[in-house]
Design a protein around this ligand. Structure first.
Ligand SMILES: [Zn+2]
Length: 195
């Protein structure tokens, strides 16, 4: 004897919150959407304000840096890069400090292991480094920079040049000729190591 199957009724159970949820009228829905849209627009305006503030701050920082760079460049252009001199105005010694009038230059020279010499003024902080051809558009500018650099390397000074162990080497180019490897090192370091 088989038991008679009773059909199971599918009953949906609503939670209390679902039961309590009222149906929105079209007008209410419009108001709700308008409210949300207002919140969204306010948020967007706030984000835009913050972005504008950030842009203003970046511009301000940029102006400060440019002005500092200009001041630095001006100091380096007026510096004689020489030792000695007299400081009379002890409250504002900087200007006279940059007007050294000795025969010796106030520079440090260092010879790197690949043979390059870097020169630095101890008074204004200016660097002279071998110019890299790829960083100049015109030959004229490159050779002017080279002339300045050679001049700095030859500044007479009684400071002794420091140096590392020398590693000179050649490299073959595509035509089978040899090129000075230092040129390649310089190009590779163009954006690093302070070049
Ligand atoms: Zn200097």
């Amino acid at each position: 004897m088989t038991a008679k199957k009773t059909p199971v009724k599918a009953t949906v159970k609503y939670t209390r919150a679902q039961k309590a949820e009222p149906t929105l009228t079209l007008a209410q829905l419009r108001r709700l959407i308008a409210k949300e849209r207002k919140i969204w627009e306010d948020d967007r305006a706030l984000i835009q304000d913050l972005r504008n503030q950030q842009i203003e701050m970046a511009k301000y920082n940029g102006r400060c840096l440019t002005s500092a760079d200009r001041h630095h460049a001006h100091e380096q252009a007026t510096c004689t890069h020489k030792k000695a001199g007299t400081i009379r105005d002890l409250k504002h010694p900087r200007a006279e400090f940059l007007r050294g009038n000795g025969l010796q230059y106030a520079v440090l020279k260092h010879k790197f292991s690949h043979g390059d010499i870097w020169v630095r003024c101890l008074r204004c902080g200016k660097w002279w480094k071998p110019p890299i051809r790829s960083q100049y558009k015109l030959d004229r500018d490159f050779w002017r920079a080279m002339f300045d650099y050679e001049e700095a390397v030859n500044f007479p000074t009684n400071n002794i040049m420091s140096e590392s162990i020398q590693l000179r080497f050649d490299q073959f180019n595509s035509k089978g000729g040899r090129v000075d490897g230092v040129e390649i090192v310089r190009e590779k370091l163009a954006n690093a190591a302070g070049y």
